[in-house]
Design a protein around this ligand. Structure first.
Ligand code: NAI
Length: 339
């Protein structure tokens, strides 16, 4: 029996890179069936709802989704459908692996996994303006909430990830020198959990500003990085820039009862409908999904053929310096997988 996953093609370039990804999954022999659903603008178009019940119900059933990028409708509904999905399924761990595939760039040996706390911190959406005199927006406040529970589960996830993936070191990134309460709690919890892994996983801490510099100068020294929501958001894009850009950056949002796999990039409206988007990030996200589903062999095959193709420079898309379109890139990858 194939495993059914929810497939949300998404908006903009989403449908074309989702089609490409399904072709690649089939060519790799992934044992999957798809329950195709809509969200984002496609959800608004069909159900007048960016996060339709049918889509939520499907994810509740399948517990695993492969999702193209979603456009957040401006001025109505949710602030971000992606954030709402993470909240709806309590997808507390955002996992973004990045390693150099194409040699000859600035770095040759970058191979890091960023684990970002996905549900707390400055992204909880508790914000307000304060009126002073006749100015209703004289001041603005956004609250960052860090809990012991939230810190423990993300930090434990990072250490367990290191153990199960044969990784040597966990770097906790924080700003506890200034934000002594919220960041201090995260740091304290990290230090306590690190004790449980002594002898198995090396542990170090870095202040986020110094970390940004170190990542740009010598990213090879890092392995698994774990941090709070906002810092993770910023550092993960920085890291994707070190290894060839957004077109190669996959991400997983993991919770206790569901997991959603997606590309880090958005809907790329500037290139939608032109058959030029790089489907790589969603393809690599699909490979992470196969690992999660216990179909690791197929996931490894996809990664291996994909990386070989990129390294050889065959049928590359424009963002990778080639001239091929989405279809031609995918044709080449499918041929390799079948060959
Ligand atoms: P974006 O990631 O869509 O685009 C940034 C730049 O990267 C553009 O020049 C685009 O052409 C290029 N790019 C992105 N993906 C590419 C690919 N696969 N191949 C080649 N080039 C690629 O970011 P932007 O423009 O800030 O956001 C557009 C929309 O996407 C917004 O509505 C935003 O809310 C949404 N978004 C959704 C995300 C998600 O669903 N996870 C994540 C980020 C943004």
């Amino acid at each position: 029996m194939p495993t059914t996953v929810t497939l949300i093609p998404g908006d903009g370039i989403g449908p074309s890179i989702a089609d490409a990804t399904v072709r690649v999954l089939e060519a790799a022999g992934a044992d999957l069936a798809y329950d195709t659903q809509v969200a984002g603008q496609a959800g608004v178009a069909r159900y007048h709802d960016p996060m339709p019940d049918a889509t939520l119900d499907s994810i509740k059933r399948t517990r695993v989704a492969l999702k193209g990028p979603l456009e957040t409708p401006v001025g109505e509904g949710f602030r971000s459908v992606n954030v709402a999905l993470r909240k709806a399924f309590d997808l507390y761990a955002n996992v973004r692996p990045a390693h150099v595939i194409r040699l000859g760039g600035r770095f040759e040996k970058v191979d890091v996994v960023l684990v970002r706390e996905n549900t707390e911190g400055l992204y909880i959406g508790i914000e307000h303006y304060t009126r002073i005199g006749d100015d209703p927006r004289a001041a603005a406040s956004s609250m960052a909430v860090i809990t012991r529970f939230g810190s423990e589960r993300i930090l434990r996830y990072a250490f367990e990830y290191a153990v199960t993936h044969g990784r040597k070191k966990v770097t906790l990134v924080h700003k506890a020198n200034i934000l002594k309460f919220s960041q201090g709690l995260f740091l304290d919890v990290g230090r306590a959990i690190a004790q449980e892994y002594v002898g198995r996983v090396e542990f170090e801490t870095q202040i986020v500003d110094a970390m940004a510099m170190k990542l740009v100068i010598a990213p090879e020294q890092f392995d698994v990085i774990v941090t709070t929501n906002l810092f993770g958001d910023i550092l993960s894009d920085l890291i994707s820039g070190l290894v060839g850009g957004l077109g190669l950056a996959p991400g997983a949002n993991i919770g206790v009862s569901a997991a959603i796999f997606e590309a880090v990039h958005g809907t790329a409206p500037d290139i939608a409908g032109k058959d030029v988007a790089n489907p790589g990030a969603l393809i690599l996200a699909a490979a992470m999904m196969l690992d999660h589903l216990g179909q690791r062999e197929q996931g490894d095959r996809i990664r291996s053929c994909f990386e070989q193709q990129v390294r050889e420079g065959r049928a590359l898309t424009r963002d990778l310096g080639g001239t091929a379109g989405t279809t031609a890139f995918t044709d080449e990858l499918v041929a390799r997988l079948k060959g």
